[in-house]
Design a protein around this ligand. Structure first.
Ligand code: NAD
Ligand code: MG
Ligand code: MG
Ligand code: MG
Ligand code: MG
Length: 349
């Protein structure tokens, strides 16, 4: 961002490298539990920022050798937590309550328990004792980008929240961690566990994952049912979405409207609200209410306890939608996919 287009005022506090200090972590040991998407990125970035890191993984974990090959120390989650002053919980959200049970009695007064998503704290699935700090540092991107950006000297925007401050230092410790993984290079926004959890769930349900896939499938089905070819329907309703989203990502809705034809702009402006109408808005409000009152959380927790029967069924139905087969065939014919990008990258380097 250039100076000119940096907004003078945010509705919330944003921290950059110059307002953050890693020294609150300098004499401390950080345990990173899990070595998946976020775990590997946090562990490696912290390590390269000079922080003492120990990775916590089960004896049977296939990630052990990967972490060790990068020069990281690996212990069991319980051993790592016992040794650490800050425990960063980066195992899957559904597994966290179980892992917390393994480590709770080795957490000492004044230690920090940290998360990258607020679900388990906000919905009471983990209830830490009063004498530990409870913080959140949540990069707003998948782990491989958190890692790649750090390696390139760039940052990944992130969120910082303090749920419980037992030492009076929780905020500074969280900010130090955010700096050490590279987030303050891009900007770290202050939030709360409640706000992060509820907006994250609402966003993925109503817009990003749920809303968009339903829109794509219904658009596709409408064209195919009217006799148009599945290939044309796929291009128009799924493939071109990337081009539109790229424009919105770069310059908001305005950049997208500016870049499409005036016909597309007029058609979109006059028809969009008829598709996603007042009824959709009421459903969004309902979905938000279920997030806020804990209905969704209870449903997902019960679903996991029962071995995920509905999840498996819905996943199966989604995987078998005709659009998936059409897409697989088309992506094999044309060279715009991920595979093609990787080949291009490999050829360039
Ligand atoms: P992941 O599924 O990629 O990785 C989890 C890792 O946990 C596995 O690789 C494994 O090493 C380990 N693991 C699994 N079961 C375990 C067990 N029983 N005991 C010990 N270790 C176990 O998870 P992720 O996507 O990195 O998510 C971690 C946290 O980060 C979650 O709270 C998630 O909400 C949050 N988060 C994820 C993203 C993202 O884009 N992936 C972005 C922001 C925040
Ligand atoms: Mg300790
Ligand atoms: Mg989420
Ligand atoms: Mg078109
Ligand atoms: Mg135009």
């Amino acid at each position: 961002m250039t100076e000119e287009d940096t907004p003078d005022e945010f509705t919330t506090t944003v921290h950059y490298d110059e307002d953050a200090d890693v020294s609150p972590l300098e004499s401390k040991t950080v345990a990173v539990l899990g070595y998946g998407s976020q775990g590997h990125a946090h562990a490696l970035n912290l390590h390269e920022s000079g922080i003492d890191v120990v990775v916590g993984l089960r004896e049977s974990s296939s990630s052990r050798s990967a972490a060790e090959a990068e020069g990281l120390r690996v212990e069991t989650p319980r051993e790592a937590a016992a040794e650490a002053d800050l425990v960063s919980v980066l195992v899957p959200d559904t597994v966290q309550p179980r892992v917390y049970e393994e480590i709770r009695d080795v957490m000492e007064a004044g230690d920090t328990l940290q998360f990258a998503h607020g679900f388990n704290i906000h919905y009471g699935q983990i209830e830490p004792s009063d004498d530990v700090n409870v913080t959140m540092v949540a990069p707003k991107s998948p782990g491989h980008l958190v890692r790649r950006n750090y390696e390139n000297g760039e940052g990944t925007p992130g969120l910082l929240a303090v749920y419980q401050d037992s030492t009076g230092e929780a905020h500074d410790i969280g900010l130090a961690y955010a700096k050490a993984i590279g987030c303050t290079r891009a900007g770290v926004v202050e939030t709360t566990f409640r706000e992060e959890t509820e907006t994250d769930l609402f966003g993925e349900q109503a817009v990003l994952c749920g809303g968009v896939t339903s829109l794509v499938k219904q658009g596709y089905e409408t064209l195919v049912d009217a006799g148009y070819s599945p290939e044309m329907a796929y291009f128009e309703c799924l493939n071109e979405l990337k081009l539109i989203v790229d424009l919105m990502y770069e310059g908001g809705l305005g950049e997208m409207w500016h870049s499409v034809s005036d016909t597309a702009e007029f058609g979109g402006l006059t028809r969009g609200d008829r598709i996603v109408d007042e009824h959709a808005r009421e459903n969004m409000e309902q979905v938000l209410e279920e997030v806020q009152d804990g209905t969704f959380a209870r449903e997902w927790i019960t679903e996991n306890q029962a071995g995920r029967p509905s999840y498996k069924q819905l996943k199966h139905r989604e995987e078998n939608h005709e659009i998936e087969e059409v897409g697989e065939n088309l992506r094999a014919l044309f060279s715009w996919g991920e595979g093609a990008d990787q080949e291009k990258e490999a050829a360039e380097t």
